[in-house]
Design a protein around this ligand. Structure first.
Ligand code: OKS
Ligand code: ZN
Length: 345
């Protein structure tokens, strides 16, 4: 299994974030990717490749042009406003009864318009890193197209919270969704995105909610008590053409392997029934018992079990990294998931 990674993905390097009403040290930091890369190299799963260059087209198939322009231009607009802060947060949003149909000219208005939380810092190099992260996933998709049976896209920043036109939850471009759409555009018939991150993949769900060609399944903490709070309930099953192709498994805080695995069995039955041509795994290591921002109880060996179960689905599989913040154990948990897959496939 080849791994794709670019050091440009380290350029997005926030030091603080707003969470639970406080300014706290940032969780989604460059060392996450560095530790995973180190363990991947040690495990010798295969070559580590730099991502290929892509035009903006595959990103624009998933994200609206005005949103991409905002991400691209944001640092210039910030400086033009005379701001000197290196980490930027929104603070006002067009919620409920407010208007969504006019994009503000001013940068603080734009920041709120294109985001859904205050916990996702942006800086001078956020766009560069996010674009490389998306290209890492796209290169992984291309490896499957050229015949590899699996690949690991070491994406950072992560992607699954990003909607077509919204950033949040440390995510700017939806790497897994961009890879899935690319596969479809290159002639792959049906794609499943299976999201095992602790948090609901609200962006991915929203992007494919009315489509029958991309199935989405997510096992995550119940949004009644966990971020992202406003999506991820069990009764969200898809709309129109997409009705029946969206599956959420919200689980309570404290969930450990037995209950998690039960949800996974149900998810795997739905995947088998859908019979995808390719599976994309949104691989978050944050269901881990020692994750600092999560409240599930998965152990290191449980990640091997996840990988092994996915291998038994017997489909070409692209692993796309999402969350996971217990940095000391992140590399081992990630390689366990991938070796669990490789030892079973
Ligand atoms: C924590 C609020 C921020 C949670 C962001 C979740 C990022 C993530 N009190 N998504 O998968 O890991
Ligand atoms: Zn997460």
């Amino acid at each position: 299994m080849k791994t794709i990674f670019s050091p440009d993905q380290l350029l997005h390097a926030p030091t603080k974030e707003i969470s639970d009403g406080k300014l706290v040290p940032a969780n989604e930091i460059p060392s996450r990717a560095e530790i995973v890369l180190e363990h991947i190299k040690k495990a010798q799963f295969g070559e580590v490749l730099a991502p290929n260059d892509f035009s903006l087209d595959p990103i624009l198939k998933v994200h609206d042009a005005d949103y991409v322009t905002f991400l691209l231009d944001f640092w210039q607009l910030w400086l033009a406003e005379g701001r000197t802060e290196e980490e930027v947060f929104p603070f006002v949003w067009p919620v409920h009864g407010l208007r969504h149909d006019i994009v503000p000219d001013q940068i603080d208005g734009k920041l709120g318009f294109y985001s859904f939380d205050a916990g996702t810092p942006m800086g001078a190099h956020t766009w560069t890193a996010a674009r490389k992260s998306a290209e890492t996933a796209l290169t992984g998709a291309d490896l499957l197209l050229s015949g590899d049976n699996s690949a690991f896209a070491l994406c950072r920043p992560p992607g699954h919270h990003a909607h077509r036109r919204l950033y949040g939850g440390y995510c700017f471009l939806n790497n897994a969704a961009i890879a899935a759409q690319h596969l479809r555009d290159q002639g792959v018939g049906k794609v499943t995105i299976f999201d095992v991150d602790y948090h609901h993949g609200n962006g991915t769900q929203a992007i494919f909610y009315d489509r029958a060609d991309v199935q989405f399944l997510s096992i995550h903490a119940d949004p009644k008590v966990e971020f992202p709070y406003y999506l991820g309930h069990a009764n969200e099953r898809g709309l129109k053409e997409g009705a029946g192709y969206n599956h959420n498994y919200p689980l309570p805080h404290g969930t450990s392997w037995v209950e998690w695995a039960e949800a996974m069995e149900d998810a795997c039955r739905s995947i088998e029934k859908f019979a995808p041509d390719v599976i994309i795994v949104s691989l978050g290591m944050d269901p881990y018992e020692k994750d600092p921002i999560s409240k599930f109880k998965l152990k290191t060996d449980d990640f091997s079990r996840i990988g092994a179960r996915i291998a038994r689905l017997s489909k070409p599989t692209l692993f796309v990294m999402e969350g996971g913040y217990a940095v000391g154990d992140l590399g081992i948990n990630c390689t366990k998931a991938l070796s669990g897959y490789l030892d079973t496939v």
